[in-house]
Design a protein. Structure first.
Length: 344
């Protein structure tokens, strides 16, 4: 089987890469292997790369993207979820002019250098919405100027069998000379007839009571929330029958003053707890066999930063058709649907 050669940027612990490669089990579904081969994976964070190395056979490097060069490298696909903190809607101190937010340009530089047949870029909803889409449009214009036709879609993980309402913007570029169109995957889960029922948190969190008391918030933290002004942000207790709010990268925190999802174990006794790293990973659709390196804090960060493998699997599966050799008539770009937005 011919495999599409992939360069993975900002690889983190490998959530996106696992989805792209497939061949894993999540809840009771098997996500079959997809025809991709990762020829480069890297991240600046050594702990994330340690996790990556313990879950994949291929190599991954600790390196700053600014030091990467792919001048003589052939690859068909470049993927990357460039760092999102400056655009995050849950981050009250948005500073999109911070240097970190410029890493998008590094990804564009590498795409220009490699000229892959396609690329997948991912970011938070805030990147799409901030300043009426100014940054998002800037990114799309840059990609178009490099010779790509751009497709984008704001996808919600819960529509694809992940028990989490995580919304992320995906930008897929297809090199203009490839003459193929891309269609985002159709949603698989929802209330509409013919779709599977959305997956509830209880598929992952089997009991409100934790395995370890360290996951409880302290009395002081709970009292702090009770004293907080009504307009203050506070943690939100999740219903195990529903889908979880976004799993963020800072669930290790000791405060309840944020919009992060938590669990209310006993309302009368005011017992709240955070998700364990195992539960957070499960809600992000990592298979149980995926191991995280470093401290709990490192693991929460890697998990919260990740693209849910199951969501990425669906996108990568749709994209694999673009790399198929079979000759097909070049259709006019006519793709417009609820879940699929095409930018001409
Ligand atoms: C949104 S996360 C990507 C997560 C990954 N796609 C996944 O699915 O697991 C962004 C990553 O960019 C990395 N990063 C930040 N600055 C970087 C830089 N200058 N060079 C390389 N990686 C960087 C972070 O360490 C983080 O792991």
């Amino acid at each position: 089987m011919h495999k599409t050669k992939v360069i993975s940027l900002f690889s983190g612990c490998g959530g996106a890469d696992l989805g792209l490669l497939g061949g894993f089990k999540y809840i009771s579904n098997h996500y079959k292997k997809l025809p991709y081969e990762i020829i480069h994976a890297s991240d600046i964070n050594d702990k994330a790369i340690k996790t990556y190395q313990s879950n994949f056979e291929h190599l991954a490097e600790v390196i700053d993207i600014k030091d990467l060069s792919f001048k003589d490298v052939n690859a068909d696909l470049v993927i990357g979820g460039f760092p999102c903190q400056p655009f995050s809607t849950v981050n009250p101190t948005k500073q999109p002019h911070k240097k970190e937010s410029q890493l998008f340009w590094e990804m564009a530089r590498i795409i220009d250098e490699v000229k892959p047949k396609a690329f997948i870029a991912e970011n938070v909803k805030g990147f799409y919405r901030l300043k009426k889409g100014y940054y998002f449009n800037l990114a799309c214009e840059e990609f178009k100027s490099l010779g790509y036709t751009i497709y984008h879609s704001l996808l919600n993980s819960s529509d694809f069998g992940v028990p989490q309402k995580r919304e992320r913007i995906f930008i897929v570029g297809i090199r203009n000379d490839i003459k193929k169109t891309f269609t985002f995957p159709n949603i698989t889960h929802g209330d509409t007839l013919g779709l599977k029922k959305k997956v509830p948190i209880k598929k992952i969190v089997k009991s409100l009571w934790p395995d370890d008391p360290k996951y409880f918030f302290s009395k002081k933290a709970v009292e702090g929330v009770k004293r907080a002004k009504p307009n203050m942000k506070r943690a939100l207790a999740q219903d195990l029958e529903g889908q979880c709010l976004t799993i963020t990268s800072h669930l290790a925190k000791v405060s309840l003053n944020s919009r992060d999802p938590v669990l209310l174990v006993d309302a009368e006794k005011e017992l709240y707890r955070r998700f364990s790293t195992k539960e957070a990973a499960g809600i992000q659709s990592f298979p149980e066999s995926f191991k995280f390196a470093g401290s709990d804090g490192d693991a929460y960060r890697q998990i919260g930063n990740a693209i849910p493998p199951v969501l990425m699997w669906h996108i990568a599966s749709s994209l694999s058709e673009v790399f198929e050799d079979k000759k097909e008539d070049c259709k006019e770009h006519e793709v417009f649907s609820l879940n699929n937005v095409y930018i001409s």
